[in-house]
Design a protein around this ligand. Structure first.
Ligand SMILES: C[S@@+](CC[C@H](N)C(=O)[O-])C[C@H]1O[C@@H](n2cnc3c(N)ncnc32)[C@H](O)[C@@H]1O
Length: 351
């Protein structure tokens, strides 16, 4: 999919905005996101602001979706394809477009974009009709008041749960009874608090987690600590989008975010994954990673010392560029102590 500046510009609600105007509008949106929380929704109010938001956040945020989907097991992916996906706070269709691009014509049910902003929905339909004119099962709605569905549902939030809030999200779960709950939200310490509330609620209700925690058998090892668990996607963008990010002085090559995926219906059995949660450092001889895993029913973090000499140059380069949040396959060489294991890294498929 071509998401370069020139292609997107023609698809904006206002295609006549100059680059200087787009940068000015984006700076005001960014200011709203970071400081003026009371005006948080303003960026969705005018066609110019929606156009500017779309130009920068759509082509960059969208990349987080395939990264997370690639971490899920095959059974989950197969089941996900057969659900109706409801994208709450869809904005300009960032993730709806991402789902269509990832699954192409394999999505068998509806894709429902919900946003309180008419301009966002108008923008989303302009973009989705351009890239996927033949996919007829897309719906654009301001709310779900008259929604009825007979099949399974995936309830998805993309950078919207932080605006909509925990209570409203729980109301939606009560109303829709989704099979899957999936979100990709800001990678902030603040949103991690909401994440823990959701995780604890899912655990209380007896549901299961598919990404990123090993299980819900135990509390999160970072709960109650001055720390938070988030993913970081290391990536690059089309040069025209890189230019925009330089003009804005906003780094989008390393994108922190928090994504979780829960199964609220029957269990999908899979191996308990071990996940990279922080790149600690690189020494002359080893990579040092922090991982999260479950051992004897207890979820804990451990430090992995990964000797470089056991990896070929090419494979080492791949592991060095790993994004945070990937699954780690390994063999234990030595348990140096309870917290530090020396390991050999295996598979590279999910990097
Ligand atoms: C930061 S944008 C995210 C857009 C898109 N999902 C993305 O990640 O690029 C949040 C969106 O949520 C919408 N929103 C906020 N509160 C909402 C609510 N209560 N109901 C529906 N949409 C809402 C806003 O209008 C906005 O379009």
């Amino acid at each position: 999919m071509d998401l370069s500046y020139d292609t997107l510009k023609n698809l904006l609600l206002n295609p006549n905005l100059s680059e200087v105007e787009i940068v000015r509008l984006l700076k005001s949106i960014h200011l709203n996101f970071t400081t003026k929380r009371e005006d948080i929704g303003d960026y969705a109010k005018t066609e110019d602001l929606v156009s500017a938001y779309t130009m920068f956040y759509l082509p960059t945020n969208i990349l987080k979706l395939p990264f997370v989907l690639n971490q899920l097991n095959q059974k989950t992916i197969e089941a996900l394809k057969k659900t109706s996906i409801i994208d709450i706070g869809s904005g300009p269709g960032t993730y709806a477009l991402g789902f269509l691009d990832y699954f192409k014509n394999e999505l068998s049910e509806s894709l429902i974009l919900v946003d309180q902003s008419d301009s966002m929905l108008k923008q989303a339909s302009k973009i989705i009709n351009h890239f996927f004119p033949d996919f007829k099962k897309v719906h654009y709605q301001k709310n779900l008041d008259s929604f009825k569905s007979s099949g399974d549902i995936t309830l998805f939030f993309g950078n919207s749960l932080n605006e909509i809030g925990f209570d409203k999200a729980m109301d939606l779960i009560e109303k829709l009874k989704p099979k899957f709950l999936f979100f990709i939200e800001p990678g902030t310490k603040d949103f991690f608090k909401t994440t823990l509330k959701i995780r604890n609620e899912m655990k209380k209700r007896g549901h299961s987690v598919i990404y990123p925690c090993p299980s819900l058998n135990d509390k999160c090892p970072l709960e109650g600590k001055d720390d938070w668990c988030h993913q970081i996607l290391y990536t690059t963008h089309d040069p025209s989008i890189e230019r925009l990010s330089q003009l804005l002085k906003k780094d989008r090559r390393s994108m922190p975010f928090i994504s979780h995926f829960y199964n609220l219906k029957e269990e999908i059995v899979s191996n308990l994954p071990v996940r990279l949660i922080r790149i600690l450092k690189e020494t002359k001889f080893a990579l040092m990673w922090e991982v999260c895993l479950e051992e004897n029913g207890k979820i804990q973090t451990k430090h992995f010392e990964i000797p470089k000499k056991l990896l070929t140059k090419d494979v080492l380069k791949k592991f060095k560029n790993s994004s945070v949040g990937v699954e780690v396959e390994f063999e234990i060489i030595k348990k140096v102590n309870d917290h530090l294991w020396r390991v050999k890294l295996l598979g590279q498929d999910k990097l």
